[in-house]
Design a binder for this molecule. Structure first.
Ligand SMILES: Cc1ncc(COP(=O)(O)O)c(C=O)c1O
Length: 413
């Protein structure tokens, strides 16, 4: 049985029809927006429900049974997440999302290690959350931003990267593992090696990668690796920062408050051990439990199966989209991309595409995808984007293609 038939029934949201008159004329929900936020399998929904029904209590403090269960559920989720990512529990820090994880590094590591004359190197394919925190850091410290270009087919320009690293003074290189617009899969292990050879620390934004392919934090050798729960079949409100232990140990805390301390005096305080030093305040406990269940789910269905399934859907979709007059797909061929396809259609603004596809029950993201500099590089104001998950099948891709044809008819193209 293929992965979509095996998993589709796990996603309660997909069983509904959408449209004005759902009971009679409703359309099958074709969810092609998992790169924006993923749908949640019943296993994740139940884990959160069960936690609140049976185990909810403050963590790390009280000694009664419920509190022990709650703490075990939270720390147990961390252990499974760490094992899945081949990281340790000490180097698996819960944040609110990937954005907060990057900001944490920009503040706690960046303010200490980046100064006037230094450079922070980014790429043209970064999401705003991997641009703006570095911009603020540079403005505050007198460092400068430098940007690695992309090639015409949407790959990282390796020659440009080499030149920018060789120019010197690069303190940090921040790069997406998979682009949320182009779908490009960057060979981050090789990039990390190059950047390290040039003396730079590396942060990898794995927001699009963790739901799609096996990530091994230890062997990638990145100094920091961030990702976000809601795109990885988990709930919103939880993300993860992995960092090298020796680097995390040198960093001071970012947020101060409860849980991140050992001893507090009015004169001074001492900090908790890793990972809690970076987890100030009451944690998102149910969300961590939900993310643990999401990781269990990905392990159960097989992360390699997800990769292969999304590759097959991409291989099916790219030629079908190319057949439609006026459609231009941005980004590399299927072998170099994940399950993300952005496209434009001559004569129609992406927002109109999104609206007309929505009427057919087909959910795609439209706009700049939080990557305005990349849109400028591509010479477009916006694109439409279809993205896949384990539950999508070729019928979903065909529904997308049919809906684009219908939209063209509405616009008399
Ligand atoms: C590549 C990439 N990085 C970072 C983010 C930010 O994720 P979050 O908003 O969950 O922090 C996204 C979300 O769209 C993304 O696609």
């Amino acid at each position: 049985m293929d992965l979509a038939s095996r998993t589709r029934a796990d996603f309660p949201i997909l069983s509904q029809k959408v449209g004005l008159d759902r009971k009679v004329n409703g359309k099958r929900l074709v969810y092609l927006d998992s790169a924006a936020t993923g749908q949640k399998p019943r296993q994740v929904i139940s884990a959160i429900d069960e936690f609140y029904r049976h185990d909810n209590a403050p963590i790390h403090r009280s000694t009664y049974e419920l509190a022990e269960r709650s703490t075990n559920a939270f720390e147990g989720a961390r252990e499974r997440i760490a094992a899945f990512m081949n990281a340790t529990v000490q180097t698996t820090i819960f944040t609110r999302n990937a954005t907060e994880a990057i900001n944490l590094v920009a503040y706690a590591w960046g303010r200490k290690n980046v100064g006037p004359g230094d450079k922070v190197l980014l790429t043209q394919m970064e999401h705003h959350s991997n641009i703006v925190p570095w911009q603020i850091l540079c403005q505050e410290t007198g460092a400068t931003l430098d940007i690695v270009e992309i090639t015409e087919d949407g790959l990282l320009d390796e020659a440009d990267l080499d030149a920018k690293l060789t120019a010197g003074n690069v303190k940090l290189f921040a790069v997406a593992h998979i682009s949320n617009v182009l779908g490009t899969i960057n060979d981050v292990a090789a990039l990390v090696e190059k950047a390290h050879a040039a003396g730079s620390v590396v942060l990898v934004d794995g927001s699009q990668a963790v739901p799609q392919l096996k990530v091994d934090f230890d062997s990638l050798d990145a100094d920091f690796y961030v990702w976000t729960g809601h795109k990885a079949y988990g709930p919103t409100g939880i993300g993860v920062l992995h960092g090298k232990r020796e680097t995390l140990e040198t960093m001071g805390p970012w947020l101060g408050g409860g849980d991140m301390i050992k001893v507090v005096n009015f004169a001074d305080s001492t900090w908790n051990d890793l990972p809690w030093k970076f987890e100030a305040g009451t944690s998102a406990v149910a969300e961590a439990v939900g993310l643990g269940a999401a990781i269990d789910y990905m392990i159960e269905i097989g992360i390699d199966n997800i990769t292969a399934h999304e590759r097959a859907l991409t291989e099916h979709a790219l030629p079908r989209l190319a057949e439609i007059p006026g459609v231009t797909v941005v980004g590399p061929p299927a072998e170099q991309r994940g399950g993300v396809i952005s496209f434009t259609l001559d004569g129609m603004h992406p927002h109109d595409i999104g609206e007309l596809l929505g009427r057919e029950g087909v959910c795609v993201r439209t706009g700049h995808h939080c990557a305005q500099p990349l849109m400028r590089r591509l010479g477009v104001p916006a694109t439409a984007r279809a993205s896949f998950a384990c539950f999508n099948d070729t019928d979903d891709v065909d529904a997308l293609v049919d809906a684009i044809h219908t939209a063209r008819e509405v616009f008399e193209l």
